[in-house]
Design a protein around this ligand. Structure first.
Ligand code: 0O2
Ligand code: 0O2
Length: 270
């Protein structure tokens, strides 16, 4: 390994990172246009630097000729999401894919690390087509919210600067900041739920209004003009007052009136 040409060694990893970035960016655009919402906010990727690979091999006691299987994040993809709920959705989408194989997952979202670190990691085996044929490489996909990313980016750069000997005070404050990021994610999720709930309520109300207006038309169809006018006036009044509860009652009365009108019309035809 020592005499290895590192550039050649890293080539399939570089290819894997480039391909995976394109694939996840494409998935983002596709979901945006199909569902008007994508659980992916943005995607980044990197190949680990040679010095970091060697450092990690030393730390994990991985012999240099076993680096390919012993170090799982030489190729790394990071996917940022807006909401915590997006993480699981995205993980499911990745698990269903046929162009990569899941090796295992690490859920640091529900089980945060001691440092306060939170993210969902998926280790995959990914086939790249090289000039010498197909080669499977390991890659790590980290999925996290924007808040988790904000915290991890700063914590990582501080740890890099202080080389694992962060002053106690800084460690304590970082831990508090991780808690704040967690609360922020929860708050954003509850806002999201509220927005979705009000969108659903809006949808329900607009369905109710269409139903009422269609039903009033039905009464005209059965020549029940006086009743139709009554319901129309009642509808106008309740709609003006935004009285949804009474509008729902009105819909029930209208159902009954239509049923009666239909029965009478059937009887007359016989
Ligand atoms: P856009 O539309 O400009 O945002 P490359 O190596 O140049 O082929 P890439 O993807 O440019 O590949 O580089 P990298 O470093 O892997 O990913 C950077 C991408 O992440 C860029 O998107 C950045 O804009 C985006 N990015 C980084 N930080 C943030 C952030 O805090 N918020 C948001 N929304 N995006 C961020 P693109 O692909 O250039 O597209
Ligand atoms: P990079 O490229 O600098 O990000 P470990 O034993 O923790 O060193 P292991 O067991 O291989 O690593 O995997 P683990 O714990 O799942 O973490 C792998 C990667 O997750 C790290 O890569 C980080 O990117 C990220 N990570 C894990 N824990 C923390 C943390 O406490 N803070 C931050 N900011 N990131 C974390 P590397 O090796 O650091 O590489």
């Amino acid at each position: 390994m020592d005499g290895r040409d590192w550039n050649k060694f890293l080539f399939p990893y570089e290819q894997a990172v480039e391909e995976l970035k394109v694939k996840f960016k494409t998935l983002r655009s596709e979901l945006k246009s199909r569902e008007e919402y994508s659980p992916i906010e943005f995607v980044t990727g990197r190949v680990k630097r040679i010095s970091s690979i060697l450092e990690k091999a030393k730390k994990l006691n991985v012999p240099l000729d076993e680096i390919e299987s012993g170090i799982e994040d030489i190729a790394g993809i990071r996917i940022m999401c807006q909401f915590v709920e997006d993480i699981q959705r995205l993980a499911e989408l990745i698990k269903q894919r046929e162009d990569m194989t899941i090796v295992y997952c690490k859920d640091y979202v529900t089980n945060k690390k001691e440092s306060g670190y939170r993210s969902y990691h998926i280790i995959i085996k990914y086939p790249v087509q090289t000039a010498l044929g197909m080669k499977n490489v390991l890659a790590e996909i980290q999925i996290r919210t924007l808040a988790m990313n904000f915290w991890a980016t700063i914590e990582h750069s501080l740890n890099y600067k202080y080389k694992d000997s962060l002053p106690e005070d800084v460690t304590r404050r970082l831990s508090k900041a991780a808690e704040a990021a967690y609360v922020l994610d929860q708050e954003m999720s509850s806002i999201r739920d509220e927005i979705m709930e009000s969108q659903r309520a809006f949808e329900d109300n607009s369905n109710l209004v269409s139903k009422l207006l269609n039903d009033i038309q039905q009464l005209y169809f059965y020549h029940r003009v006086r009743e139709a006018v009554y319901f129309q006036l009642k509808f106008n009044e309740l709609w003006e007052a935004e009285d949804i509860w009474s509008l729902k009652q009105l819909a029930h009365s209208l159902d009954e009136a239509i049923l009666k009108a239909k029965r009478m019309s059937d009887r007359r035809r016989k």
